[in-house]
Each structure stands twice: as structure tokens, then as C-alpha cells.
Design a protein around this ligand. Structure first.
Ligand code: 5AD
Ligand code: SF4
Length: 448
């Protein structure tokens, strides 16, 4: 009998990738996908520690799982993975002793062992004995993972992990460890295997993806050019990049590599030099403007997105005005903004002049209004445009599919059930608040 695995993913795309790989690792043990915790034999919460709210969600979800486990008479393995597990492993076991396995982002290739150990412990004493594995092992987990299984026409491929930048607000360097680049050959092999399974779009992932460098000093731009040579691969994206690692070769690649999509997530976080310095971002606003100019010179139709933090300790009205000014000067699409949230162990958490919650709230609302206006304006300009979209999801209505435009906008298309998974050309016919509507104009570019 196959057992059912339910994975709930919080946070970034890196976690989405890790969740898929954990499912791959557990498949040989007989675990197939389950629809809910209620019908599962094992649940993994793949957690995010980046902001306070994200971590708190984990503990409330664990309360719910405890009940389900009791109803199943203990017949449910509960694992907590990801960055909360890495940062607060001991705390989880103290607050939620019914959890069977706690594992960090660097040890999930050892999951089969952990499951066996947890099951043995459960047999021995009836109520389990938790397994905790939050090491940063010497052996890179990537060498011990089974081959990736494609799930549709678009796939993630993790190329880089960890971060050495130490922005003063951020937990990533502590939860994910230092920068690690996977060897180029392993990446190219994985990409080829995905393409052989029908993948047409690959998003390269890393906390600092453009800090990737090859064993012999090869640059990230080189890697993109190599991937672009793969027949059958139509689209390349990458996220998340850091302005300091945006070198000229990578900028040129945006102009030269047709398969590289004209959408770039390049977080700036704030627009005031004082805040950028306090955040330890290692660049000022003029550096960012300079990059944007170079990128747009290389690829005039490039759309930019960013992350912003409002209410960083010491942020004044004038600093915030600089952020609004930067946003107006650059023009962004689909941008994320957050209220600063103090994370234990980070330098900013103990900085003086923490900003009032009400002030953060007001600044966030103002920033989000401006960003939404820019996104709406960008979307309006797409009316009548021709775009290629990868139809990778079911829509709300029968026969409707949803795809992603080159600029990451969701585009829904009616009466195309037979084109699921294909790359098609559409003309944008309607602009909705959160999506666009497209009509098929050409289906020759479809892949069988
Ligand atoms: N508070 C608020 N936002 C944060 N981010 C990272 N750490 C914090 C924090 N302590 C945001 C940054 C980052 C995104 C992934 O999350 O904007 O780019
Ligand atoms: Fe965090 Fe800064 Fe590293 Fe991004 S660059 S992961 S924000 S420390």
C-alpha cells in the first residue's frame, strides 16, 4: 500500500523547490502525494523564518496537526523542516513534543533515515522520540538527491544557496548558512533532465542567485548562456538577485540571450542612503539607479520588481520619502513590501529607534498604493500586446488555463484544455485587477 505525504510550504521559491525534492526523496519509501493532513501518513511543514508572522504561523499549524494526530491514534508522522526548524529546532521540540522530526534545509537528503528512526522510536515507546537534524553537513545534499521529477512545463532549479551578505535585518545567513554554488556540470545535467521531461521554462534559484560562480571562476552570466544552448528550453529566469552581484556580463546577457525573460527581481529594500547603510546593503541609491540604466540599455523592455522594507530602525519621514522617490524614478511591477520585523539574533533587532507599529503601517499602505498604481499602469499598457505564455495551471472555469507572461503576469485563456502545458502566443484582450486575459493567435510554437 502506498503511504500519503502532505507537504505544506511557507515562504520563498527555494522552499517550494525543497518541498518537491523532499517528496522525491521519500518516494522510494512508498510515499505518494496526499491531499490534506487528514488523509496523510506523514506531514511536512516546510517553514519560513524570514519575518515574525511567518514563524508564528508554524506553531498555530502545529496545534491543528496535534489534534489530527490524536484522532489518528498517533498514526501520523509530523516533520518540521526549513528555516524555523533550523533556527528554533530545540524550541519546537519543547513547545510541540508530538513532533517526530525536525530537520534543517541542509539535511533533507537524510530524511529516509530520519523517518526510519522516528518509526522505530514510535514502536519502542508508543509515542515517538523526536529526531533532530539541523546540522550543516560536509557532504552537499545535492549529491545525495534522486533525479528531479518535472511537474509541468515550468520548473525550479536550485543553483546556489546561502548568503554571506549579512544584511542587518535578515536571518538567512544564519538559517541557510554561507554561500554555496552547485558545480556547473550538475546544474546543466539537471536542466537537461528537466527539458527531457518536457520542461520549457526553468527558474534558477538561490538566496543570492547571481553570486553563483563556477568551480573555475565562471560567472552566472556564463551559466545562463550555457543553459540557453539547451534545445527545447525556451525560457530562463532567475531569482533572487543582489544588486552588488549584478556584473556587466550578466547585464549583457539580458540583452543577448533571447531565452532570458525580460523580468528581473532585483531587491533594493529602501531608497535612502542612510537606511541602505544601516541595513548593510553595501551600495547606495545611485549605484542602484546606475544598474537600472545599464539593464534598460541592454534590454529596453525589461520590467523590474523589488522587495522593500518600511520602518527599519531609525527610518525617518525623510528616509521614507527617499524610498517613494526611488520607486517613482525606477518604476516597478509586482513588487513586495514588508513592515520591518525584528528577528532574534540579527543586529537590527537591537538597534535603537525602533519604529512605531502605527508608523510602519501607514508607510506600508502608502508604499503599496504607489506600487499597485505602477503595476496597474504596466498591465494597462499590455492591452493588445502579443505575448508568449506557458499554460501551466488550470483556470477557474472548465476549459480555461492560466499561464505566465514573460513579465510574470498571470494570463488566463478560455477553451484551451487541449493546450495544457504548452507555450502559445496570445494577444492580450482584457486587463483584470490581478490577471490578464489572452486570445490564442498562433499555436505553431507549441511543443508536442
Ligand atoms: N523584516 C521585514 N522584511 C524582511 N525581509 C527579510 N528580513 C526581513 C525582516 N526582518 C524581506 C526582505 C527580503 C524579503 C525576502 O523579505 O525584503 O528581500
Ligand atoms: Fe538576507 Fe541580505 Fe542575504 Fe538577501 S542578501 S538573503 S536580504 S542577508
Amino acid at each position: 500500500m502506498t503511504k500519503k505525504l502532505f507537504v505544506k510550504t511557507y515562504g520563498c521559491q527555494m522552499n517550494v523547490y525543497d518541498s518537491a525534492r523532499m517528496a522525491d526523496v521519500l518516494a522510494p519509501l512508498g510515499y505518494g502525494p496526499g491531499d490534506s493532513p487528514e488523509d496523510a501518513d506523514m506531514v511536512i511543514l516546510n517553514t519560513c523564518h524570514i519575518r515574525e508572522k511567518a514563524s508564528e504561523k508554524v506553531f498555530s499549524e502545529l496545534g491543528r496537526l496535534r489534534q489530527i494526530k490524536t484522532e489518528k491514534d498517533g498514526g501520523l508522522i509530523i516533520a518540521v523542516a526549513g528555516c524555523v526548524a533550523q533556527a528554533e529546532g530545540e524550541e519546537i521540540l519543547r513547545r510541540a513534543p508530538f513532533v517526530d522530526i525536525v530537520l534543517g534545509p541542509q539535511t533533507y537528503h537524510r530524511l529516509p533515515e530520519m523517518v526510519a528512526q522516528a518509526s522505530r522510536a514510535a514502536l519502542a515507546n508508543g509515542n515517538g522520540g523526536a529526531v533532530l537534524d539541523t546540522e550543516f553537513p560536509i557532504e552537499p545534499k545535492f549529491d545525495h538527491l534522486p533525479e528531479p521529477r518535472a511537474d509541468g512545463p515550468a520548473a525550479f532549479l536550485s543553483v546556489q544557496e546561502g548568503c554571506d551578505k549579512f544584511c542587518t535585518f535578515c536571518v538567512v545567513p544564519y538559517t541557510r548558512g554561507g554561500e554555496y554554488s552547485r558545480p556547473s556540470q550538475a546544474i546543466l545535467d539537471e536542466a537537461k533532465k528537466l527539458v527531457d521531461q518536457g520542461v520549457v521554462e526553468i527558474t534558477l534559484l538561490g538566496q543570492n542567485v547571481n553570486a553563483w560562480h563556477g568551480d573555475d571562476g565562471k560567472s552566472f552570466g556564463w551559466l545562463i548562456r550555457q543553459l540557453a544552448k539547451l534545445d527545447g528550453l525556451e525560457r530562463i529566469r532567475f531569482t533572487t538577485s543582489h544588486p552588488r552581484d549584478m556584473d556587466d556580463d550578466l547585464i549583457d546577457a539580458h540583452g543577448e540571450v533571447k531565452k532570458l525573460m525580460p523580468f528581473l527581481h532585483l531587491p533594493v529594500q529602501a531608497g535612502s542612503n542612510r537606511m541602505l547603510e544601516a541595513m548593510n546593503r553595501r551600495h547606495d541609491r545611485d549605484f542602484y539607479f546606475g544598474l537600472v540604466d545599464k539593464l534598460r540599455a541592454a534590454r529596453p523592455d525589461l520590467a523590474l520588481s523589488s522587495d522593500f522594507i518600511v520602518g527599519f530602525p531609525g527610518e525617518t519621514d525623510a528616509d521614507f520619502a527617499d524610498t517613494l522617490d526611488l520607486v517613482r524614478r525606477v518604476g516597478f511591477v509586482n513588487t513586495y513590501s514588508f513592515k520591518y520585523s525584528a528577528r532574534p539574533g540579527t543586529p537590527a533587532a537591537i538597534m535603537p529607534n525602533q519604529v512605531d507599529e502605527a508608523v510602519k503601517e501607514a508607510r506600508l499602505a502608502q508604499l503599496m498604493d504607489l506600487l499597485q498604481e505602477q503595476t496597474n499602469h504596466f498591465n494597462q499598457n499590455c492591452l493588445g500586446m502579443e505575448m508568449a505564455v506557458v499554460l501551466d495551471r488550470q483556470g477557474k472555469y472548465p476549459g480555461q488555463l492560466i499561464g505566465r507572461s514573460p513579465y510574470m503576469q498571470p494570463v488566463h485563456v478560455d477553451n484551451v484544455a487541449h493546450l495544457a502545458g504548452h507555450l502559445v502566443n496570445v494577444r492580450i484582450s482584457e486587463i483584470h485587477p490581478r490577471s490578464l486575459k489572452g486570445e490564442i493567435i498562433e499555436a505553431e510554437r507549441m511543443r508536442a
